[in-house]
Each structure stands twice: as structure tokens, then as C-alpha cells.
Design a binder for this molecule. Sequence first.
Ligand code: AMP
Ligand code: GLY
Length: 423
Amino acid sequence: MNVLILGSGGREHAFAHSISQSSLLSHLYVAPGNAGTAQIATNLDLGVTDFEAIKNFVLENNITMVVVGPEAPLVAGIYDYFKNDDQLNHINVIGPSKNAAMLEGSKEFAKEFMLRNQVPTAAYQSFTAATLSDGKQFIDSLKAPYVLKADGLAGGKGVLIIQNADEAKAALVEMLLGGKFGAASNKVVIEEFLDGIEMSVFVMTDGDSYKIMPTAKDYKRIGEGDTGLNTGGMGAVSPVPFADASLMEKIEQQVVIPTINGLQSEQLEYKGFVFIGLMIVNNEPLVIEYNVRMGDPETEVVLPRISSDLLSHLHAFAKAELHKEQFKIDPRSATTVMCVAGGYPEAYDKGMEIHGLDQVDDSIVFHAGTKETAGKVVTNGGRVMAITSYGDDFKQALKKSYENISKLSFDRIYYRTDIGFDL
Ligand code: AMP
Ligand code: GLY
């Protein structure tokens, strides 16, 4: 079968890496891809939200599956675009419908969904410019710190955690009236601060049954010890060492099953990945967010631990036969460390040549912001590449990632040396 992956990050390279190992695959395309996907697939110069161009390509090249990496095309309705087109509706789009993608597209929608379906989460209220003074009162009714979330998509930057009530009120004004996050903060969710430890679970669903994939924990801050600005993610570990069988049982019963049942009972069509961000408080899971796609860099540790045929599992979505698939999970740990361009997540340069890629031994380099020009691989984004390794435990795996990173270089390379420090 011919498969098209949409996206250009480490996540999409990891998808391409797993799918390219399947005997079911004929040809693999990635749009737009990067220098890493170019080695195992054909990159296409197509925008991920240019549905018409995607349609033309898919029809001309007999594509039967589209795997959607990032959230933007999902929130823009790519699933429905295919479903409602007579020429495209036989194609297996891996992702949720536009309505279901609101679980990521609107924090308020996600919170209301959780309440309706008894999914444990932090207490909250949401406010608009018209209810600003109620919002200020609500802040006064809570204990510090205060958690303010832009309702809409804000590229992972829309959550503020503020220690002081007056500063929280000022931030609320800036979000609602000052356009701090553009239209995304026309509505703001204010919620109770949860003091615990974070982890993520990834669930695959064909709309009928589900499979829980390996757990992961990512490191979002740019600085060591989880300090500094938020990034897309600086590294990840799978499995999460503290997620033992009893915690996983609670997560499945209290979070995963009510979520999947809620999707079905509310007729939110969903054939894709549910990424559930959790805070574990006193050994109880509470949901802090849903994403309607895989995480990046979590995918770079989750997929390498699925040793059964990923393409076969995804192919089963078309007939809602995921329950028949046999999953094999690699018992080893996997870790990934993201190498980024100096300056990221603020301004950074592109076009620096990457050296040492051929020296890497016993790790997988998942390319993110890279491209090939004139036979050279150069940087083409803030997050440049994720170095994934296996080990008997996460410390052993990390050691390998760091050994290999020491052989890699580009001008102003930066990475965190403390991934997993809190485990
Ligand atoms: P989100 O974009 O919803 O994942 O939020 C970004 C980060 O803010 C999360 O990864 C958490 O570290 C933190 N966060 C979000 N909601 C809460 C909360 N209610 N209590 C504590 N931390 C939170
Ligand atoms: N690493 C977090 C995310 O993909 O949203």
C-alpha cells in the first residue's frame, strides 16, 4: 500500500522509520518531510493544510492511507475533507474528525468533555472579555499558583502559571483584552493548580476499540532542572519508571475508558491517536490536557518500542479491526535527547551544516528541523534532531544518546544534559 505522512518533525521521521519496516508498504511519501525522511521515503513539497494539493497528489499516486502528524490539519478538518469527498472517502485518514479535534483546539471544550464523562481533572472556570471581573474574583477564590490557559491553539505556549494574584489578574487582562495569544486567548480557562508529577499516555483508537501504547514523559523547558522557557520538548523517556501496573490500571479505568466511551457516546468520530497529558497527584491520575495527535519528541521513544507492525495496526483502523491486532512492546527503555539551534525557543539561525551523522553508532537519529542542500545536511528549524537509544533502563539508554551526541556538531548546538533528572 502507498502511504502519505503529513508533517516535517522528529515525530514524522519516527512514523516513517516504523512504517518503512512493514512488508505491507509499497511506497512511502512524506509532506513536506526533512533530510531524515528523504533517506527512507519520498519528500513532497506540499503544505500540510493545503487540502486540495494533498487531494490531487493522493489521487494521482494511489495513496490509501494518510497519517497526520501535527494538529493543524486535524483542527482544520482534514478527516472530514476526505470523508465528504466521493473520490477520497475510501482513504484511511489516521486522525480524528474536526469536531473531535476540538479536544485539542479548545481547552474549554476539553474541560466540558471531561466533566460530562467523569474524567478526573482540575476544577476550572472559563472567562471572556465580558466576564473579566468574574475572572478576577475567581482568581481571588483560588490558592496560588494560578493556572491561566488560552482556550485556542497557541503553539504550546498558551499556558501561564503565575505565583501572585495581582500578576495573574494582569495576565488575564492581557490575554482577554490585549490579545496576548491573538484570537486563541479571546477565552481563558482558569484552573486549580495540580501539584504532582507529569506523564503522558498514548492511546490508539479505531473509533471502536483502543490500545494503550507505551507511556512517556517529556521535558518541555529549555533549561536544565526544568527551568526557562517552554519548548516543543527537549527529550523524552519511555516507559515512565513510576507508572507501575496499579497506576496504569487506574489510568485505564478512570481516564482511558471514560474518554473512549465519551468519544463514542458523543459521536465524536475518532480514528487516530489520543495523547493524554496527566498529572499524578497522590498516586491518582488527573488529566491536564488532551492532544489529538502523537507528541514530539514522545513519538521518538514510543514508536521505537512497538516492535509489531505499526502499518498493519493502522491499516486495521479502516475496518475498525484494531482489536484483532497483536501488539508487541519492546521491554527495553528508550530515551531521546533533542539537539536544538542556539537561541531556540526564541530567535535562532538556520542553515548550519551538521557534522558527524555517519559516526553515530547504536542510536537512531530522528531528524526534525533539517534539510539537504548541495549534498550537505543543514539545520532548518529550532529543534534539529532527536537522538534515540535503547537500554535495560533509561539511564543506560541515555548514556548511549549522550555518547552519540558528543560526535554530532553544528554551530551553536544546544541540548539538555539532564533528561530524566527527576525520575
Ligand atoms: P498544557 O499546554 O495544558 O499541557 O500545559 C502546559 C504545562 O503547564 C503542562 O505540561 C503542565 O506542566 C502545566 N500545567 C497545565 N495545567 C496545570 C495545572 N492545572 N496544574 C499544574 N500545572 C499545570
Ligand atoms: N511534547 C509535547 C507535545 O508534543 O505536545
